[in-house]
Design a protein around this ligand. Structure first.
Ligand code: ATP
Length: 372
């Protein structure tokens, strides 16, 4: 299955600003890449340019060594010759055709032999676990079953690349979870290259081998999901990933040897970077603290008041007030905390992220201590 390479891809719609701006992206053979970002950031446009449904204004696209699009060289391989499968949000099955016919129809149009079509339909129905519904009409199927038929129909011709645009967004939460697991399994079994558009960070986190996070047409970070979560390039990436989201504290920092003394309101903290950083004498920073790294303790630490407590059974999301700051925290286990109760919290580990306040860029990860 092919590697996809986007080389300086830009799309500018008439009169509009750039929907996609100088995007460089390599999607390796067999990757499961999510295009992620807020509404209007250029995810769908990028996917459509890979499919050949949208023409880039500038740049080149390669599938392995084959150039499928080049502005300069005037190459534009048509969508049907790119051998990609496309799965949309509205998967529109033919209502007057059975599952079998819905899947076979495309193969007939591609002039496959009858016996080959029969065996392929049978095979893909087994893969998608829809064999028992093969002679039903779409109206006789649940939403999840219909979606599985739509995926089967897309996969039937053995596309080299499967492009999906929010294919699960019409399903309810439970079904969406089941289908996520199904997609992950399919990715393993088909070995195809998957490119998946979503605005849901948890979907991108759980499904992908790599996430391409975009903002206003510009690539912000292209990393494996846990790296994007743990080592975000900038405040936008840090804020977009994770629920509850990262806490951001505005601080003023003063260099203190290899560490940084931070003042956030009346709170005094010491940040020790994991790798050497030459800090300026005095500067404004933003400190990023993931809620799971705010640790509730019995003794020591900082005193905080519980503003809200939201137990899910597995964990509890807390909002805490301490002098000059408000933090969200995650406490694991089935614990509820009384509103307005006073607890103590501390910082643990070395996954706190220091950002430059002016540029929003990550400076370094490090340890956080309460200043003596
Ligand atoms: P969403 O999550 O809302 O689907 P998206 O990230 O997929 O958003 P795109 O659909 O790629 O975003 O759109 C990127 C930008 O390009 C948006 O500002 C959009 O308004 C603009 N755009 C998209 N298609 C067209 C078009 N055919 N003509 C003009 N502008 C367009």
């Amino acid at each position: 299955m092919p590697r996809i390479k986007l080389d300086h891809i830009t799309k500018q719609f008439a009169k509009g600003s750039r929907a996609v701006d100088q995007l460089d992206l390599i999607i390796e053979d067999g990757d499961f890449v999510s295009l992620l970002g807020p509404s209007g950031c250029g995810k769908t446009t990028t996917l459509r340019m890979i499919a050949g449904l949208e023409t880039p204004t500038e740049g080149d696209i390669y599938f392995d060594d084959q150039c499928v699009y080049s502005t300069e060289r005037g190459i534009n391989v048509s969508p049907d010759k790119r051998e990609v499968g496309f799965l949309f949000q509205n998967y529109a099955l033919w209502p007057h055709m059975t599952v079998r016919r819905n899947i076979a129809f495309g193969l007939e149009n591609m002039k496959w032999e009858k016996s080959k079509i029969e065996s392929r339909v049978k095979e893909i129905c087994e893969t998608m676990r829809i064999s028992e519904y093969i002679d039903r009409y779409p109206a006789e199927l649940s939403g999840g079953q219909q979606q599985r038929v739509a995926i089967a129909r897309t996969l039937a011709p053995n596309p080299r690349i499967l492009l999906m645009d929010e294919p699960l967004s019409n399903l309810d939460a439970k079904l969406r979870n089941d289908m996520r697991a199904e997609l992950k399994r399919l990715h393993m079994t088909t070995g195809a290259t998957f490119v998946y558009v979503t605005h849901d960070q948890s979907e991108a986190m759980t499904l992908s081998s790599k996430v391409c996070l975009m903002k206003q047409g510009l690539l912000q970070q292209y990393s494996p999901p846990l790296e994007l979560y743990g080592r975000p390039n900038n405040i936008f990436c840090a804020d977009f990933m994770g629920n509850p989201s990262m806490n951001f504290l505005d601080c003023t920092g003063t260099a203190e040897g290899s560490a940084l003394s931070l003042a956030a309101g009346p709170l005094r903290l010491k940040f020790t970077p994991n790798a050497p950083v030459s800090f300026e004498e005095k500067k404004d920073y933003v400190l990023g603290i993931r809620p799971e790294f705010v640790k509730i303790v019995d003794n020591g630490g900082i005193e905080g008041r519980v503003v809200s407590s939201l137990p899910t059974g597995m964990d509890t999301v807390l909002s805490l007030d301490a002098p000059g700051i408000r933090l969200s925290a995650v406490a694991f286990g089935s614990i509820d905390y009384a509103m307005d109760s006073v607890i103590r919290f501390n910082f643990e580990g070395d996954r706190y992220v220091l950002f430059d306040k002016e540029t929003g860029e990550r400076i370094e990860l490090g340890r956080l201590d309460i200043h003596e």
